[in-house]
Write a protein that binds this ligand. Sequence first.
Ligand code: OGA
Ligand code: MN
Length: 300
Amino acid sequence: MLRATTEAFEMPAAITTIDAHQNRYRRIRAEPVSGVVGARVDDVDLAALDAETVGELRHAFAHHGVLVFPAQHLTPAQQVAFTRHFGEVEQHPLYRTATLPEQPEILVLEHKTGQFINGRNDVWHADITFAERPPLGSVLYCKDTRSGFGDTLFCSMGAAYEALSPGLRKLLDGLRAVHGAARMVARNNAQTYNLRIDDVPDEVVHPVVRTHPETGRRMLFVNPIYTLRFEGWTEAESQPLLDHLYAVATRPENVYRHRWAVGDVVMFDNRALMHYVAVDYAPSVHRLMHRTTAAGDRPR
Ligand code: OGA
Ligand code: MN
């Protein structure tokens, strides 16, 4: 249905936020890559950072949600050290096996040449929200790819919340949601090339709207793979409203789509975004990422 043309146009809050924080730094330049989420930071060597640069990167990360650092050269140990500036580096609770033997904090995400599609992340999600303390964020370092294939998409859950009516925001402010890994585990185990996961951790409950601990911004905190239902509601009752929230959150205007080049480091705020991997790579495409993850707090 077309929107009524009489509706007044309001500048989305996210655009004003990004303008306010553009280029306020002394050591870095953070150039926004879309209207609502993401900034590119050129001319910084993540293997050699001083304290002032780290402080500015932490601020830019909290306010932009995604930071893109092109043309980096990091050893596994340097990637872990960089990640530690944002939080304790932690391993994945379920995918322990696909790690670098000499650096177990690094999760290896690989689509091998000749392999048929590894579709595990081609669904909008935030990482590990079935945990009591889901990750703060992850660092993805592109070791190999064919540019234009396997893009990663990010959407802003702060801008999504701000796009809702006051009435719906008020309803959601009072709700909590149940999160669990059962759907992800079923998806994983349906593909024979994935390592089987046998244990499904207990379900947890998180607020549906959380407050960003560094910016104070209110953000939706639900996602299609791990959010099972609203607390006290049935799945059938919950799903239509959840689907509406996902549709708002993933509108094209609310998404930054990253096209990878070898050497890119992209870090994303897992508290404030959902992400999605476009699984459009042919068997001839080798895609290799090294991922590290910083631990987060309990959502509140
Ligand atoms: C993940 C993920 C993104 C990518 O590791 O959780 O979604 O681009 N990966 O591979
Ligand atoms: Mn993910």
